[in-house]
Design a protein around this ligand. Structure first.
Ligand SMILES: Cc1cc2nc3c(=O)[nH]c(=O)nc-3n(C[C@H](O)[C@H](O)[C@H](O)COP(=O)(O)OP(=O)(O)OC[C@H]3O[C@@H](n4cnc5c(N)ncnc54)[C@H](O)[C@@H]3O)c2cc1C
Length: 490
């Protein structure tokens, strides 16, 4: 029985972050490991509600009150078993998830302070690795069936692990030189050190998952060859086509780049894969266009590179700091100001502005912006410039972090004869199967650019569907029904 008074005795408290002046000198994670006492106190705040709304907030249906209570009583091994029951990779979500579970926590009602669920999660998996509780779980016997997974992000890896544990021979094909998807070279080390991916890959390999890197399906291996080799295919190739601003005057000036062109090289330098970066913010006035995860990552990288100044521009007005109950009542995901650790490190945020022009001769030297109002009509965004509000901001480096169009078009889709839907994703039926029999889809490639927690949830669900398709006995859990997936959820 959990402690019914815990939330009255303990305030919500996050572990201390490393000091800003120290952490911007390196690429290591912002949060150092937290001590047992703090985490057990924080887990004690969980009330084990009769209806645990946190479950419903979590796309994975994580059994949050169960593992909170196991942490409270110091039973770390049982806690990781409960956590792993629904989530293959809590070391990724515990570090990176925006935590819709916390927004849905009963303690968050009426502006209250939710349980620090995400922090408890990451500390469970940290200890589980340290204490040797994370071991390979190979299938008792092979099924004799074989599955290809295209793409090694969280969706592909979750699907691969589920299927390998059910006895299928799984091979993941990845075009990058290392597996991990956006977690490997998109997300910076200060959010996720890559040793966490490598440690998990060791487990996957020991469970029999084959990982083939440097292999772009459609280019290095045709879809026909792939289908001859395997009984089923899961597409988990992400939504990596970056959104651009091709019609804005000056877009082709030197110094204006897509965010990923700026984010990938430092990750490769930290990994020892290359010596230096071409796009360096050192000493520059940097403008980041966009307000999401990618923009915050560009901000953190620019500070670590020694930018002279960083300004982040957002089309939308400044959100409220607290949930607006009339707009997003609890337990919905609220529209509020999101502050990432990168924002603590410096920079200015400007809201309700749109870029009118990138200004310069050959290189960008400024951007011209104007204040705007944004309204949604019939689901479409209408942006109106406020007359007389145009101004210039100095800019030596401009980074476009305005989202992703969807899955990249090219040989993979052409050879499958599949096309993107209007959201940029790939359609599938209730069994996660695309229009091509035996070819399934999961993660960002299905839903468009989204979150790691959704990628894992969809990878698990697609794996369960493939298992059934291959005549399996239905032992794999199906946490998500594609028809029920709210595509607008966080
Ligand atoms: C900069 C950035 C920061 C982010 N931060 C967060 C965060 O903090 N929290 C969060 O929850 N989410 C975050 N996200 C989103 C999250 O990373 C994605 O939602 C998630 O990685 C999607 O997983 P996936 O497996 O579907 O695809 P991906 O991770 O995109 O992996 C797809 C993989 O497929 C490979 N591939 C593509 N085509 C082929 C082919 N033809 N053959 C072989 N391989 C192929 C790609 O190389 C890639 O490795 C962030 C995204 C970005 C860009």
């Amino acid at each position: 029985m959990p402690d019914p008074q815990g939330f009255l005795r303990y305030e919500r408290q996050l572990p201390k972050r490393r000091p800003v002046p120290v952490r911007i000198q390196d690429w290591s994670e912002v949060y150092p490991p937290a001590d047992d006492e703090l985490i057990r106190e924080q887990a004690t705040r969980c009330m084990d509600c009769g209806i645990p709304f946190c479950h419903h907030g979590c796309p994975l249906g994580n059994r949050i009150p169960d593992w909170n209570d196991l942490v409270r009583t110091g039973q770390w091994q049982f806690a990781i078993e409960q956590l792993h029951a629904t989530n293959n990779f809590p070391e990724f979500t515990g570090r990176l998830c925006p935590a819709p579970c916390e927004a849905a926590c009963v303690l968050a009602i009426a502006g209250g302070q939710s349980v620090t669920i995400k922090q408890v999660e990451v500390e469970i998996i940290n200890r589980a690795f340290d204490l040797g509780y994370v071991t390979p779980q190979p299938a008792p016997e092979p099924s004799g069936r074989s599955v290809a997974v295209v793409g090694s992000g969280p969706a592909g890896l979750a699907a691969a692990q589920q299927l390998a544990r059910a006895g299928h021979a799984v091979t993941v094909y990845e075009r990058d030189d290392e597996p991990g998807g956006l977690l490997r070279y998109g997300i910076p080390d200060f959010k996720l050190e890559k040793r966490h991916i490598d440690r998990r890959l060791t487990q996957l390999r020991a469970e029999g998952v084959g990982l083939v890197t440097g292999c772009a399906v459609g280019v290095d291996l045709t879809v026909e060859e792939l289908r001859q080799r395997h009984d089923a295919v899961i597409l988990a190739a992400g939504a990596l086509a970056g959104r651009d601003m091709p019609d804005t005057p000056g877009r082709r000036l030197a110094g204006v780049h897509l965010a990923m062109e700026h984010l990938v090289p430092p990750n490769r330098v930290v990994a020892g894969k290359q010596d230096s970066v071409d796009i360096d913010a050192a000493g520059k006035h940097v403008i980041i266009i966009g307000g999401g995860d990618t923009a915050a990552d560009c901000l953190g990288v620019a500070h670590r590179q020694g930018a002279a100044s960083v300004t982040q521009l957002d089309l939308y007005p400044l959100p409220p700091r607290e949930r607006d109950e009339s707009r997003d009542p609890w337990p919905c995901w609220p529209w509020i100001l999101r502050e990432y650790p990168a924002h603590e490190e410096g920079g200015e945020r400007v809201f309700a502005v749109a870029v009118q022009e990138f200004v310069g001769q050959e290189r960008v030297r400024a951007i011209r912006i104007a204040e705007v109002t944004v309204v949604k009509r019939d689901g479409r965004r209408q942006v109106t410039v406020v007359p007389g509000t145009e101004r210039e901001l100095p800019a030596d480096l401009v980074l476009l972090a305005i989202g992703f169009e969807g899955t990249e078009e090219g040989p993979l889709l052409d050879q499958l004869g599949l096309a993107r839907n209007p959201r940029g994703g790939m359609d599938c039926g209730p069994d996660w199967q695309t229009a091509v029999p035996g070819v399934f889809v999961a993660g960002d490639m299905h839903r468009g650019a989204s979150l790691i927690v959704w990628a894992i949830a969809e990878g698990r669900a697609a794996a369960a569907a493939v298992h059934t398709y291959l005549g399996g006995d239905g032992v794999l859990p199906t946490p998500v029904d594609p028809a029920a997936v709210p595509l607008t959820a966080p």
